[in-house]
Design a protein around this ligand. Structure first.
Ligand SMILES: *Cc1c(COP(=O)(O)O)cnc(C)c1O
Length: 302
């Protein structure tokens, strides 16, 4: 569903500060190809059409939202897909990869030590020669090409905000927003990783390589809301997700959007978000991640 809906969030912690908080519901774009993964895939799918290649190939971890999205998109577009998965075939039984396979994706497993070379030119050249008909999409859709897809979020808005907030993994979504918003908007990224020292420089280099580069607005990365690291959690986070759902009816994912909203509410409480601001948080999707949480930790959707 595009454009994705814009929902106002009514919550006492927010209204107390005279803040108007909205959420861009990219989680509702599609049940499987949700959120920023769809936004980031779009420009690649267009480039694929022009490429003369006949299949789509990408890489990811065993619970990757990106792999889930690519498999579902391939099924919809009737294009064969290949997933290069970090780890061994034991993980092939998990919900994410079972769904990917059901969507027709061919899976290949590579050891962690090998997977580490995924951004090296030699390794990529080898991958391409092993799959000559494949159009290769980098892990997580992390490429300057993806920025134009993310810009769609801003194009759909039609109103102004003081602060935009997004969760960050690779930082591609943050960079895409930075290239698209007006210069007087602040853009905040909430890192889902612990101690990711390179996030800032990755965002910077995306912006520099972007054809859309114009005046870049002020931006900031918040890195203290990772709850122990990528895909880690605490009971406090799960309680927050439950309470947010009770107040708003909106389900957050356990890896990205819940940590962003927890952080944003913390910054609202501490008046780091200036009282009276208009704030937009991007619900980047990722709800398929709950399947992995149920399997790994026995946590059901709160
Ligand atoms: C992948 C993902 C992100 C991170 O996006 P980046 O562009 O890699 O920073 C955020 N939210 C969700 C739900 C995701 O699946």
């Amino acid at each position: 569903m595009l454009p994705s809906p814009l929902t106002q969030i009514f919550h006492p912690d927010v209204s107390m500060k005279g803040i108007r908080l909205f959420m861009k519901r990219d989680d509702l774009i599609h049940p499987e190809v949700s959120g920023n993964k769809w936004r980031k895939l779009l420009p690649f799918l267009e480039a694929f059409q022009e490429s003369g290649k006949s299949e789509l190939l990408s890489l990811g971890g065993a619970y990757s939202n990106h792999i889930a999205a690519l498999a579902a998109a391939g099924r919809m577009l009737q294009v064969p897909t290949v997933g290069i998965i970090r780890g061994d075939a034991v993980s092939a039984e998990n919900a994410t990869l079972t769904a990917a396979r059901a969507n027709g994706m061919k899976l290949k497993f590579v050891e962690r030590s090998v997977y580490r070379q995924r951004n090296e030119a030699d390794w990529l050249a080898e991958l391409q020669s092993a799959h000559p008909h494949a159009f290769v999409i980098p892990e997580g859709g992390s490429d300057p090409l993806a920025l134009t897809g993310v810009a769609g979020i801003v194009e759909e808005l039609g109103q102004e905000f003081d602060i935009l907030a997004t969760p960050c993994g690779t930082g591609t979504t943050l960079a895409g927003l930075l290239c698209a918003v007006l210069p007087d908007v602040q853009v905040w990224g909430f890192s889902a990783l612990k101690g990711d020292k390179n996030l800032g420089s990755r965002v910077q280099s995306f912006i520099e390589r972007s054809p859309e580069k114009a005046v870049i607005p002020r931006w900031q990365v918040w890195d203290a809301y990772h709850f122990g690291g990528f895909a880690r959690w605490t009971p406090e986070l799960i309680d927050f997700i439950r309470s947010f759902r009770q107040h708003t009816g909106i389900l957050l994912d356990p890896v990205y959007t819940s940590k962003m909203m927890y952080g944003l509410f913390d910054l609202i409480r501490k008046d780091v978000v200036p009282p009276g601001s208009r704030v937009l948080a991007i619900h980047t999707g990722g709800l398929q991640g709950w399947n992995g949480f149920r399997e790994r930790f026995g946590i059901r959707i709160p």
